[in-house]
Design a protein around this ligand. Sequence first.
Ligand SMILES: Nc1ncnc2c1ncn2[C@@H]1O[C@H](COP(=O)(O)OP(=O)(O)OP(=O)(O)O)[C@@H](O)[C@H]1O
Ligand SMILES: [Mg+2]
Length: 357
Amino acid sequence: MSLLALRVEGVRNLHTQEFDFSDKLNVVFGPNASGKTSLLEAINLLGTAKSFRTSRIDHVVQMDADKLQVTGPVRSTISARQLGVQRSAGKTRIRIAGETVSKASLLAHEFPVQVITPSSHALLEQGPKFRRKFLDWGLFHVEPKYHQSWLIYYRGLRQRNAVLRSRAPRQEIVQWDMGLAEAGEHVNELRTTYLNAFVPVFRHYATDLLGEDIEVSLNSGWKSGLSLKSALEAGLEGDRQQGFTRVGPHRGDLVFRLAGSLAQSRLSRGQQKLLVAALRLAQIDHLGQMTRRAGTLMVDDLAAELDREHRGRLLRRLRSCGAQVFVTVTEPELLDVSGWEQVAMFHVEHGKIREVL
Ligand SMILES: Nc1ncnc2c1ncn2[C@@H]1O[C@H](COP(=O)(O)OP(=O)(O)OP(=O)(O)O)[C@@H](O)[C@H]1O
Ligand SMILES: [Mg+2]
């Protein structure tokens, strides 16, 4: 899958303009504050209808502009489909091949896009929510049954929590447990199956990029050895006191270890960046293997925190993963693009983007 071209309007500091992309490597370079990250934001918007930097898409809308609009054709195996995202008057509109759709998940399906930024180490250092999101992204794209089970589970969870908050009697709460436990076990089984296939791909990338063998395990979100049904029963009194459900896959987490210790406490900042890159690369690679639809991978500020040797390794891995790649960098000399075919170079200055040869 690749984005063939893009038209941007009203995105941060970018001028209204259109460009064609390479389906291999696109290098975006220019000084600080020129608009490099803004271009990646525009591409990310087309695949997710969200910003990767802020939780409020309205912050991405150009100051004083009345709307933001990104459109472009995305090619899958045979044909290309036109995608479009517009934000105006506080409303987001999504179009796929001429039809208005209401769900951003449909867009994600058309255009799977991943981004690695200088703050990506948050995936390792911050709460489990970020790691669950990572895991769910992979499952959502390769396992058609996942989305449905996930929706059933979260609906059940919301209902159980509402009953807990209303201080309902035990019997009323327990009524929800059977269905919730069944859906939760299913979510966890699908996560386990996904990881069994994903982890070897990830370790391969991690060993090459960091020179370390990283172990990955899944924490299901409840005590191991117990069924979820039993864990819900065992936790019921505590749940009633707290007013919410404390066990289940909504509490699940991914754990990364290096020689037995938690990876985030052992790795240097550069290594953390490479670990997150290995995760995203492996996810895109695995997606390509499972669905024959390699996605698009963007690396914002690739050179930050990486020495020459590791920049080279990361670029080589980006080349071999089969995805369409976008990288931003302040000076193009920081990247050795030899070995790549079809490199498109874009120079950004004061929000104006120009393709250079
Ligand atoms: N909503 C907005 N409207 C107009 N301009 C904005 C908006 N949001 C951000 N900007 C400006 O866009 C400019 C470009 O930002 P961007 O993050 O794309 O720069 P960059 O080229 O990635 O820089 P760096 O190399 O420092 O990462 C900045 O000067 C920023 O202040
Ligand atoms: Mg930037």
